[in-house]
Design a protein around this ligand. Structure first.
Ligand SMILES: Nc1nc2c(c(=O)[nH]1)N[C@H]1C(S)=C(S)[C@@H](COP(=O)(O)O)O[C@H]1N2
Ligand SMILES: [Mo]
Length: 199
């Protein structure tokens, strides 16, 4: 008998190849924000990548939207233990944004409107593994989920995917972000269950 229903007990529920240890599958899209949702108008929106010498490359909304767009189809994993499979985004690969950036930095700090920040090794933003996304499920990204645009780094716990991102700062030394300063793991690989420092 095959009586599974989609959602919590969907056909992929608990699939150990897709659900990292200690996670459960959900079909919801929970909102996890530290503070209030900042309202960022696309007329005023800019994205900057600032290298270790302080040189900035900056895109307006129109310039950003004119860049080559990708359609990542990815699984996401929050450290609060929910995982959502098969999410659909549209955005610009960090590979494209980093193309003309001169850097030998090893770390990146993503900075958001509202004060949130999170650090990742720069390498983890490359090779088709990270995007600045503006569309989710075919719709403009909702403000509570980081609209107009957010970072997505789906191979790391979802706290690394900074909502309302405004700057990617490239650094020679790691600079812990909001949750990393609060005791969360500096890298955050869901497959190795790197939830907290020391995991
Ligand atoms: N700017 C900002 N980005 C953020 C957060 C936040 O509080 N502020 N929360 C993080 C956490 S812990 C998670 S799980 C995801 C949640 O994204 P969602 O609210 O779209 O599900 O965003 C991450 N990015
Ligand atoms: Mo999270």
């Amino acid at each position: 008998m095959n009586t599974v229903t989609r959602g919590f007990h969907g056909r992929r529920g608990g699939d150990p190849d897709r659900i990292p240890p200690g996670q459960y599958e959900t079909s919801d899209f929970p909102v996890l924000s530290v503070g209030p949702t900042p309202r960022v108008d696309t007329d005023e929106w800019t994205l900057a990548i600032v290298n270790e010498a302080g040189q900035a490359l900056t895109w307006s909304w129109d310039a950003f939207m004119a860049l080559p767009q990708e359609h990542p189809h990815v699984d996401i994993h929050c450290v609060t233990r929910w995982s959502r499979l098969d999410t659909d985004w549209v955005g610009v690969s960090l590979d494209v944004l980093l193309e003309d950036v001169e850097t030998t930095a090893e770390y990146a700090l993503a900075l958001s409107h509202g004060g949130y920040s999170t650090d990742v090794p720069l390498e983890d933003l490359t090779d088709g593994r990270a995007w600045i996304a503006h569309t989710f499920d075919g719709e403009p990204l909702a403000p509570e989920h980081g609209g107009p645009a957010r970072l997505i780094v789906p191979h790391l716990y979802f706290w690394k995917s900074a909502k309302w991102v405004r700057e990617i700062r490239l650094l020679h030394e790691d600079d812990p972000g909001f949750w990393e300063q609060a005791g969360y793991h500096s890298y955050g690989d869901p497959w190795r269950e790197q939830r907290y420092q020391g995991d």
